[in-house]
Design a protein. Structure first.
Length: 168
């Protein structure tokens, strides 16, 4: 994976033969901190999604057997609703969950996120989303997810830098 001078590259690839989306991104922060930013609701609200969208969390219980539900807000108005079941959590290593989008009910995915420890106190996040069919994947890709991923991860970089500085 290469990086640019402004932000690390996000790899987003759609397999031509299987209805999956793979996302890979490296972070200049320890694996434990990147994991924490995914499971603690107060941290998640600070980075997830595009810059133009806020988040109201109804439930955020990221543990094996847990669940989550949140609403995306733009200028105080509800624009989308997301939910899922958490199937497995291995602390600092892996989260396996479903991801549902009420506005696209057929595009439910099974997501696996793996947090890979890298040298120098860095982390690579590898995510794989599997959906039922290519039509569902096309809807997922057309939903604006690329903007949300890029802007969200840039916000996560800033959050991780502030948390890393606070730990020193």
């Amino acid at each position: 994976m290469t990086t640019s001078s402004t932000a690390p590259e996000v790899l987003i690839e759609a397999d031509p033969d299987v209805p999956t989306v793979r996302i890979v991104r490296e972070f200049d922060a320890p694996r434990e901190l990147v994991f924490r930013a995914h499971v603690e609701p107060d941290l998640v609200k600070q980075w997830m999604g595009p810059d133009s969208i806020g988040m109201a969390i109804d439930v955020w219980d990221i543990r094996t057997g847990g669940e989550y539900r949140y609403t995306a807000l733009r200028d105080g108005e509800e624009v989308a609703h997301f939910y899922g079941a958490v199937h497995r959590v291995d602390e600092n290593e892996k989260i396996v969950q479903t991801f549902g989008f009420e506005e696209m009910p057929d595009a439910v995915s099974l997501d696996t996120m793996v947090f890979v420890e890298l040298p120098g106190g860095r982390c690579r996040l590898e995510a794989l989303s599997v959906v039922y069919d290519f039509e569902s994947r096309a809807g997922m890709l057309a939903s604006g997810m690329e903007v949300g991923i890029n802007e969200g991860y840039a916000a996560l970089d800033r959050l991780l830098a502030s948390l890393t500085g606070a730990q020193q």
